[in-house]
Design a protein around this ligand. Structure first.
Ligand code: COA
Length: 476
């Protein structure tokens, strides 16, 4: 980027990676900068698969009222703006509980909460609307920022808000009239989608409108989950105070399948704390489960206090908080001895076609710790093995297969990534594959052809010339 381009983009004329006459007199600093530079380039390149994977995806982000009060809000807004520039379609839902509490307190109105639901009286409702309206303006202002030298420079985001959420009153429950407290009745997904297609961010307060022409006070969790279901969001991200779903001991649950989430919600008494659910998380999880049932694949509960949580969730595989996955019947995990039957069944047809080398059951038993399997509904539908040669810092990817019924859905890619991570943990810096019919699959994933002489010594000795497999190596 030239200096004039940089200036017009609002980037400081001396970036972190530029050398000046002053720097060039300092060889140590030059060396440091070049390492930093290289790391940055590597990091930036590694983000492209995530950028590609997220482009055009529909994302619902829900911010609790506490998140809006928190100092991290500005960073979250910057991250939302960045996702928008990268082509992610975003609906931003926000709550206003603490702000409403303060407004009611100042107005001297009793804040009536029954169970977990606020009773919204006719006297309280104007304050609810004022709080939600004020927050909406605050978020619109933040999303409109564009100062030079700020992450928002050049973002030029369009923000749309409107009557997209129809509601109905909660009514009278156990003799208590909840007044203007409502529930989501319907979401105008078509209208939201139209604005998302124009790359606008759709901003929704936890306020809904009824056919009688009234406004209702909704829970932001209800709005977020209902909107996510209605627009078929790929991901629903809830920023909450707990920073995740906690078990009965208060420990963070990192991953939950829909089935387990429902089991946790169904449990009442007599279970151990780690098999129970923190009561504060119950409602949140119930809304998320509804969204999962209605087609949202993945939901996340993240802490708004954790700097960069949103980016980490979207651009790395090491997310934070809790992930709730609708596809609970599939998991990729290290193999166990009981998987041998399933692995043999998967590999046998490929061995018969000469695509894979035959391995006896005994050998599989001995080498089971090398295997990773993809289990779906109790059956093995994919597997891969890593045979390390630690002294040469290289590993072999072998027995790599996905059942023909389940191919072309990225399972091969996922297995490969897991094998690469395993190899990195073992401090290997290359992996190789020997193949007769899958050359292009490997080449498209960064493997390069190599001479058989580059095989580890013991493997070279065992190389079967008749089979004439080709060798491909990938640097990690
Ligand atoms: C290779 C294999 C594991 C990939 O599994 P997968 O879950 O389908 O992989 P992905 O979904 O990540 O990738 C699918 C892509 O790979 C392509 N692909 C599949 N087999 C291929 C091959 N032999 N050569 C080139 N590309 C191939 C598919 O066409 C698809 O691309 P497209 O959707 O763009 O057309 C699977 O095809 C398989 O089990 N093949 C037989 C066993 C094998 O060859 N193993 C490797 C021996 S070393």
């Amino acid at each position: 980027m030239s200096s004039s381009e940089r200036e017009s983009a609002g980037i400081s004329s001396r970036s972190r990676f530029e050398h000046t006459a002053e720097d060039s007199g300092n060889p140590k600093r030059n060396a440091d900068l070049s390492v930093e530079n290289q790391n940055w380039i590597r990091w930036f390149r590694q983000t492209s698969p995530y950028i590609n994977a997220n482009r055009g995806k529909r994302l619902v982000i829900a911010l609790s009222g506490d998140a809006l009060d928190h100092e991290n809000l500005i960073d979250i807004v910057h991250d939302v703006a960045m996702l928008n520039s990268l082509g992610v379609k975003i609906v931003l839902v926000f709550g206003a509980r603490p702000q409403i509490n303060r407004a009611l307190h100042q107005a001297g109105i009793d804040d009536q909460v029954c169970g977990k639901l606020r009773v919204t009286s006719a006297r309280a409702m104007p304050h609810v609307l004022q709080a939600a309206g004020g927050l909406r303006c605050q978020l619109e202002a933040l999303l409109s920022a564009g100062m030079a030298n700020s992450p928002m420079h050049g973002a030029s985001i369009k923000v749309i808000s409107g009557n997209f959420v129809m509601s109905r009153p909660v009514g009278v429950l156990d003799g208590v009239d909840y007044g203007f407290t409502g529930r989501v009745r319907k979401v105008d997904a078509h209208a939201i989608q139209q604005f998302l297609d124009q790359q606008a961010i759709v901003l929704l307060p936890s306020i809904g409108y009824s056919l009688t022409g009234e406004a209702f006070n909704l829970s932001y969790e209800d709005v977020a989950a209902s909107v996510a279901s209605a627009i078929g969001a790929h991901k629903l991200i809830m920023f909450s105070e707990q920073g995740g779903i906690l078990d009965g001991n208060g420990d963070l649950i990192r991953e939950l399948s829909l089935a387990r989430a429902q089991r946790l919600l169904a449990q009442v008494e007599g279970v151990s704390p780690q098999d129970a659910l923190d009561p504060e998380c119950r409602d949140l999880l119930a809304f998320i489960c509804t969204a999962c049932h209605q087609g949202v694949d993945r939901s996340y509960v993240l802490s708004f206090q954790h700097e960069g949580a949103l980016l980490q969730e979207m651009f790395t595989r090491d997310g934070l908080g809790t992930m709730i996955s609708a596809q609970d019947y599939e998991q990729i995990r290290p193999a166990k001895l009981t998987d041998i039957g399933g692995i043999s069944e998967l590999l046998r047809p490929l061995e018969e076609q000469g695509i894979l080398i035959r391995r006896s059951r005994e050998l599989l038993e001995m080498e089971i710790d090398k295997f990773t399997v993809d289990e779906r509904d109790g059956g093995i539908i994919g597997c891969a093995a890593l045979y390390p040669y630690p002294s040469e810092r290289i590993g072999e990817l072998a027995c790599f297969a996905v059942s023909s019924r389940y191919r072309r859905h990225g399972r091969g890619d996922t297995l490969l990534q897991i094998i690469e991570d395993k190899a990195r943990r073992l401090k290997l810096n290359r992996i190789f594959a020997l193949t007769t019919q899958t050359e292009h699959w490997f080449r498209e994933r960064g493997f390069v052809p190599a001479s058989i002489n580059e095989l580890p010594e013991s493997k070279r000795a065992a190389y079967n010339n008749q089979r004439n497999s080709k060798l491909f190596i990938k640097m990690l």
